[in-house]
Design a protein around this ligand. Structure first.
Ligand code: BES
Ligand code: ZN
Length: 619
């Protein structure tokens, strides 16, 4: 067995194996190429934020006190900052400290080095954010549901926290934090932390006592109201949507209970969600104790709450056990998709879960066909790349398929035992792919030599494409949809199709199974009978708009422009713009809309779309 462990370890050369720290640490110290920090010398352990939110100037100003652990007494404190205005650095033992800022790297920002004196255990950085702060999106009142108050939210993952807090912005450098935030009267502040209420000074106070990776420090501020779902779960949203949001998210408590019974106790106290305005660039973000979510999941029929299962699952995979570097991102997302599907199976039954699995595998295959080989690798090499360049359904779906394959080989009970041990054994740690491989061998495969013999981990983790043994989920409910599509393409009228009782996942399959090339009259028929252009379901509408863009169905033009103006979720924007950009006329239209919509999008979305649409990037 030991030979196998060392063979597995040799699969990926350890980039650097530093001396162990005195406190319990991940077994191997993995260098993070996306951070300037040198935590092996001086490590930030705790962050105390004091910020004032200035909506008029669209910036935050104040300070961050950083409590330090110093392993190398001669070394400076090295931090990551991006577009921050650093005013001064002081020490808790008195006096100011010298600091210097390095050159700005477009992806990584700047290095901030602070000279420490022997007695320093904690320093305070006095600073302000700037308009360039990519983590922060400041919204005008008209971008909110209520239309009367401005809104602010932050998005830290993957390397954006450094644009609003100076710290060692690496998922391997976990910190506890506290915060005191001053905001305009009438607005509520929420954070990914325990809420301590408003002090006499009017500041909103928070504290996170579990060590978390910096990308999970998050804040939202706006006209927010709270509705409880259960004792420990609830939702924050703007007053006009909070009742609907609460109804849509009714199943949240059941999800938490099912998740706990699968993989161990929920260790974060409360599980709340905040529904952000539609410009939020993601579907959801697993900020601890407080998932951030897009309003586009509020379909009215709970059909899109798989996203809640996903973000909740991150409370184990990602937040409790965290990828140590961004090349280990599949450990966060692959585990989470697998776990999400297990929760969905428990709460909504195997049929719905099967449909979601089939759709997900199909999306993976479609997307993978257009990716470069390195992007198709689970443990991908991000050297020279922004972490976002490795973002695709590969870490998500290929990662989940690997876990499902292992489950198939060893049996569900055995795999569950392993996963539970993995979460318990690495709770509040950041882990690498090698550590996963070592655990997998020690705790599971060594007891199942047959499974080990059939599992080509080398191919799964380091080769592009999908191994031949990747599980192929099946769904009879989706097979029924395929038959109706065949009838329609063979000449049946849309009215004659048997679609009653279809759920969202079936409609998504319907749209996916349609022939690529359709005549405008055919699209008009489908639209007349099924009302796709008017759909209130964002997933269905997005899939339909892609088809409309491809086949130049101009009756959907207004709906498309409205959608692109209103919604900032990158997953929706990208496929529609990509499709438009395929013809000169479509590209012209895409650019017209983008020129108007761009100021409403978050930096995460414009980073992706600028490349596609800005005139200077025209091919
Ligand atoms: N953690 C991710 C979002 C993310 C990933 C932000 C990488 C920044 C960098 C989140 O958990 C996620 O995966 N969201 C998905 C939801 C889904 C797969 C159900 C999304 O936003 O679409
Ligand atoms: Zn996720």
């Amino acid at each position: 067995m030991d030979r196998l462990v060392s063979a597995l370890l040799a699969l990926v050369p350890l980039i650097s194996c530093q001396a162990m720290h005195s406190q319990p640490q991940p077994t191997a110290f993995a260098r993070d190429i996306h951070s300037h920090g040198e935590p092996e010398k001086v490590r930030v352990r705790h962050v105390a934020l004091e910020l004032e939110l200035d909506f008029a100037a669209q910036l935050a100003r104040g300070s961050a006190r950083l409590d330090l652990e110093r392993s190398d007494r001669d070394a400076p404190l090295v931090l990551d900052v991006e577009s921050l205005e650093i005013r001064s650095v002081t020490s808790s033992v008195g006096g100011s400290r010298e600091f210097s800022l390095g050159e700005r790297d477009a992806a990584l920002g700047q290095k901030l080095s602070i000279r420490l004196l022997p007695a320093d255990t904690s320093v305070t950085v006095h600073y302000a954010t700037t308009r360039g702060a990519q983590a922060m999106q400041w919204l005008q009142p008209e971008q909110t549901a209520g239309g009367r108050h401005p809104f602010l939210f932050t998005q830290g993952q993957s390397i954006l926290t450094r644009s609003w807090i100076p710290l060692q912005d690496s998922p391997g450098v976990r910190v506890t934090y506290e915060a005191a935030i001053r905001a305009p009267e009438g607005l509520t502040v929420v954070m990914s932390a325990e809420q301590l209420g408003r002090g006499d000074d009017g500041r909103w106070r928070f504290r996170m006592q579990e060590p978390i990776p910096p990308y999970l420090i998050a804040l939202a501020c706006g006209a927010l109201e709270f509705r409880a779902i259960s004792q420990r779960a609830g939702v924050w949203a703007e007053p006009s949507i909070v009742a609907g949001a609460r109804a849509e998210l009714e199943d949240t408590e059941r999800m938490v209970q099912q998740a706990e019974s699968l993989f161990g106790p929920y260790r974060w106290g409360r599980y709340d969600l905040v529904i952000l305005p539609p410009s939020f660039p993601f579907g959801g973000m697993e900020n601890p104790r407080l998932t951030f979510a897009t309003p586009t999941i509020l379909a009215g029929d709970r059909s899109l709450v798989g996203l809640v299962a996903h973000e909740l699952a991150h409370s184990w995979s990602g937040n409790l056990v965290t990828n140590a570097t961004w090349r280990d991102f599949w450990l966060n997302e692959g585990f989470t998709v697998y776990f999400e599907q297990r929760i969905m199976e428990r709460v909504f039954g195997p049929e719905r879960s099967a449909m979601e699995k089939v759709l997900a595998r199909r999306d993976l295959e479609l997307e993978m066909a257009g990716l470069e080989p390195w992007q198709q690798v689970l443990h991908c090499d991000l050297a020279g790349h922004h972490p976002d360049d490795g973002f695709s359904s590969v870490p998500y779906e290929k990662g989940a398929l690997l876990l499902r394959r292992i489950e198939e080989l060893v049996g569900r009970a055995e795999f569950d035992r392993f996963l539970r041990g993995w979460f318990d054994g690495h709770a509040f740690e950041s882990v690498t792919t090698q550590e996963f491989l070592v655990s997998l061998e020690r705790e599971l495969l060594s007891r199942h030599p047959d499974a080990r013999a059939q599992l080509d981990l080398q191919a799964w983790l380091y080769a592009p494409g999908l191994p031949a043994d990747a599980p192929r989920p099946e769904s009879t409910l989706l097979a029924a949809v395929d038959r109706e599509v065949e009838r329609w393409t063979a000449g049946a009228r849309a009215e004659e199709l048997v679609t009653s009782g279809w759920v969202t996942q079936q409609w998504l399959r319907f749209l996916d199974a349609l022939p690529d090339e359709l005549r405008v009259t055919q699209l008009a028929e489908l639209d007349r009978v099924f009302g796709f252009t008017r759909s209130g379901n964002s997933e269905i509408l997005c899939a339909w708009l892609v088809i409309c863009a491809h086949n130049r169905y101009s009756a959907a033009d207004t709906a498309m422009a409205d959608f692109l103006m209103r919604v900032g979720r990158r997953k929706f924007l990208k496929p529609i713009y990509v499709e438009l950009a395929k013809t000169p006329e479509g590209l012209r239209r895409a650019r017209e809309i983008y020129a108007l919509a761009r100021p409403r999008y978050h930096a995460v979305a414009t980073r992706t779309l600028d490349e596609l649409l800005l005139a200077s990037n025209a091919k």
